[in-house]
Design a protein around this ligand. Sequence first.
Ligand SMILES: Cc1ncc(COP(=O)(O)O)c(C=O)c1O
Length: 375
Amino acid sequence: MEPLHVGRPNIGNRERLLERINDILDRRWLTNNGPYVQELEQRISEFLGVKHCVAMCNGTVALEIAIRALGLHGEVIVPSFTFIATAHALQWQEITPVFCDVAPGMHHINPARVEELITPRTTGIIGVHVWGQACDIEALTDIARRRGLKLMFDAAHAFACSYKGRMIGNFGDAEVFSFHATKFFNTFEGGAVVTNDDQLADRLRFMRNFGFAGYDDVDYVGTNGKMTEICAAMGLTSLESLDEFIAINYRNYKAYERELADIPGLKLFHYDESEKRNYQYIIVEVDEAEAGVSRDQLVEFLHAHNVLARRYFYPGCHRMEPYRSYFPHAGLLLPETEKLTQRVMSLPTGTAVDEQTVHLVCDMIRHAYWRAEDD
Ligand SMILES: Cc1ncc(COP(=O)(O)O)c(C=O)c1O
């Protein structure tokens, strides 16, 4: 069997993409805020109902620029249960990420713990919409307002998702998407900061382009965060297939739900279907005591059979460098995260996976159980 990857890219209409690439070559406008980047920003703003979309070269740089444009410094509270880029985007600017635990039994930052971590050096909070499911935006917004803090969201997983009926992208001071190849909606590499704040949007645009305010005039410390035209062409093409991507992901999610229901000790991460979802992640928690097999044993077995299931977000940001050296005892304040990172794995889905394959993956999981019983 061909290796089955988690997050194999979703690809829209190939002919449309190639047409657009031909346009780019004919125009010889390859980057620097070209017409496709402008069109993509416009379409995304409309789709999300947000005033400004500033497209970037990737989600990490988008986070870095948003953090800087918002003037964050000192300490910023983030979950440890996230991809390392959330923490690194702060540390890169010598801002201390203060790791917060997830709520018990949940995968998202615990607002009750956030409040306890605020110090005089705290300037902001970054919530992460893990698996495209919003974190507790309402509670975090309330804390940020009361305590005079900036609030950002890492919405890398949450493109095309909603919270209380409103599209993600409209919350906090700014939200950041990743359009990396493994994401539901991809531009090869790419990302965006979206905001309803006009002044912030201006700053983001300057900072994305070295701080240039005119041909020879630089107003800010900037970087190169620009999206290329070819990436925007991929984005415009993918946007035309969003409904199809969601339908396939939803079909796979439902197939996993049926298949895994009778396997003891496995808990599928359930999406709240009353909200818009992209269903891009099939997340399973393994309870070793009940399953008789650990998450790591399962992942190892699946890998041996070419199903490249992934541990997530293992081992947690606080257990990676430089954070583990800076805060060697951080785990004591993160008991729920410590448990979760031992239990979570992600299974293959996306448009490269059909129902037959889901069945195959689940059969392999059953085999792993039988083998564990025999051992
Ligand atoms: C939660 C989260 N934040 C940030 C990123 C970084 O995005 P990018 O890979 O586009 O730099 C990712 C994904 O890669 C992510 O999953």
